[in-house]
Design a protein. Structure first.
Length: 543
């Protein structure tokens, strides 16, 4: 595989996926995780780990085939190839689905199902999920979703026959093949769509299907008998079964997988090891490839709700006062995070270093600051609340009072992405949705603001920033990289909608009978479509 490429030859998008050295078929993979996923409704998936789960359950028009060592190729997943630029100007794109694609119930996957998945992603009641494709299509005219508008006809999206979709945009969208890899394009048949409850029984198109889900405790996947590896250039279905044990704190996960006793020999610690557990892992010279320590594109930010903290001088003082090392140490530890001041991770194409505009510490709050207490919304769980309290302590030292308010994880992003909420600050971890800076920096485009599901979760709406985003978005990706890097510096220096805190380093361990798990270059979390388990020697020796 080329280190980074787009599959131009349709044969590269056909299956089966490349063989995984040493992989065997059968057994149960166990994933230890600290809580439930945000959603099993594909169009509402927002978090990185839920996206990794989605790789097993759902297919999208395109997908990144990663080699586990930082290389990738964009291939057609549902589609025969990663999109055809019909006129060569990036405004009209065509995708044709592969033949033989089926859901878990055996029915055929059609272009109309993909179109319905895209249509339902516009619904305000189905908040969550990426917004790039919806925002691009919205330039063709208003649309609020099939339930609200009573029609599945998305402006700019045409279904031709059973297998072809055509996208039309008024402006060039050269990055559409990348955006087509997002969960927005997961197929959903209209007659199975139950709206807000669809995530309770989503119809699988990937190699696994949900057979049991006890919220907060257990999620069980088994093979989808109608998934055909001959149509899939990325995924395998090595394990018979994948069990997620939910509610296991990150230290316990890593210690259990490290020990590898009984069923934990087949376990993956999904969450990053906290500092004390990380030290134990790093001190064990025999872990070898079982221990993963990888730089990731994920950056944690202290986001500032600019609709409430309207004075940029107050936002600058927040940036100057924040003790980034304290927040990093509380959430990840010195071994698993590198403090940063750029919006773009060093692992993101287009990243360019520049001097920290807020170095030097607090300088005093501006005259006219009302002295109100800032409200910081935090996810529940020790990992998140420790970071939130570290934020509150460091800002208090600069005279900024902070109240930490906890909420459960599924509710956190729904609240933050709803316009008009009454929180000033929130810690947000984010990586680019595809290689390059566009997916992060277009999130500051105030023209995209809506009642719910906002990519612009800082609620910045500045005409100059909006115009610059529009200008750069129309450029070819190779020309846009330097322009995005300049916008990164402009945002952190002049507007301060958020404070970059630390770039995440993933550190975790798998049990001794687990193979094929690697840290995604895009998600910064383990992915499982190459995973397999090997039987214990005594079991393998039985006749």
């Amino acid at each position: 595989m080329s280190r980074t490429s787009i599959a131009r030859d349709p044969r590269d998008s056909q299956g089966p996926a490349r063989p995984v050295p040493g992989a065997v078929r059968g057994g149960t993979l166990r994933v230890l995780r600290d809580g439930d996923h945000d959603h099993l409704d594909p169009q509402r998936i927002q978090t990185l780990q839920a996206t990794a789960l989605g790789h097993l359950l759902f297919r999208t028009l395109t997908m990144f085939a990663e080699d586990g060592a930082g290389g990738w190729r964009l291939v057609g997943d549902l589609a025969e190839h990663p999109g055809r630029d019909v006129d060569g100007d990036g405004r009209t794109w065509e995708f044709t689905l592969k033949a033989g694609l089926r859901y878990e119930d055996g029915r055929e996957i059609t272009a109309a199902d993909v179109a319905h998945g895209i249509a339902r992603s516009f619904e305000e009641s189905l908040a969550g999920g990426p917004r790039h494709l919806q925002d691009w299509l919205a330039a063709n005219g208003p649309y609020a979703g099939p339930f609200t508008d009573g029609t599945g006809a998305v402006p700019g999206l045409e279904v031709r026959g059973a297998r072809t979709l055509v996208f039309r945009f008024p402006e060039p969208r050269p990055e559409l093949p990348f955006a087509a890899s997002l969960v927005t394009t997961v197929p959903v048949p209209r007659d199975t769509d139950t709206g807000e409850t669809y995530g309770k029984a989503p119809l699988a198109s990937g190699p696994y299907r949900v057979t049991e889900h006890l919220a907060g405790e257990r999620l069980v996947l088994e093979r989808n008998p109608h998934w055909d590896p001959a149509t899939d250039a990325v995924r395998h279905d090595h394990p018979d079964r994948i069990e997620f044990e939910l509610g296991v704190d990150s230290a316990a996960q890593n210690r259990r997988a490290h020990a590898g006793e009984g069923p934990d020999a087949f376990a993956v610690a999904e969450n990053n090891a906290p500092e004390e557990a990380a030290a134990e892992l790093l001190a064990d010279p025999d872990l070898g490839a079982r221990l993963r320590r990888d730089r990731t594109p994920l950056v944690w930010y202290l986001a500032i709700n600019t609709a409430r903290v309207t004075d940029v001088e107050v936002r600058r003082e927040i940036a100057r006062a924040l003790d980034k090392e304290a927040v990093r140490d509380a959430m990840a530890g010195a071994t698993q995070g590198e403090t940063t001041h750029t919006i773009l991770s060093p692992a993101t194409l287009g990243h360019r270093p520049y001097p920290d505009p807020h170095a030097g510490g607090p300088r005093g709050l501006p005259d006219g600051w009302d002295g109100r207490t800032l409200r910081l919304l935090s996810r529940d769980g020790a990992y998140f609340t420790a970071g939130a309290r570290a934020v509150a302590r460091s800002l208090a030292a600069a005279g900024l009072a902070v109240e930490v308010v906890e909420t459960d994880r599924p509710r956190h992003n729904t609240t933050v992405l709803t316009r008009g909420h009454d929180f000033d600050l929130y810690l947000m971890g984010q990586a680019a949705d595809w290689p390059g800076a566009a997916t992060l920096l277009t999130g500051f485009d105030g023209r995209s603001l809506r009642p719910t599901g906002n990519a612009d979760y800082t609620y910045l709406d500045d005409p100059d920033v909006n115009a610059e985003i529009a200008r750069i978005s129309a450029l070819p990706a190779d020309l846009a990289a330097a322009e995005w890097a300049a916008l990164d510096e402009t945002l952190t220096t002049r507007h301060v909608p958020l404070v970059p805190v630390f770039s995440y380093v993933y550190l975790g361990v798998v049990g001794p009978r687990v193979g094929g798990v690697f840290t995604s270059s895009f998600l910064g979390t383990p992915v499982y479509y190459d995973a397999y388990v090997t039987p214990a020697p005594e079991a393998a020796g039985r006749g």
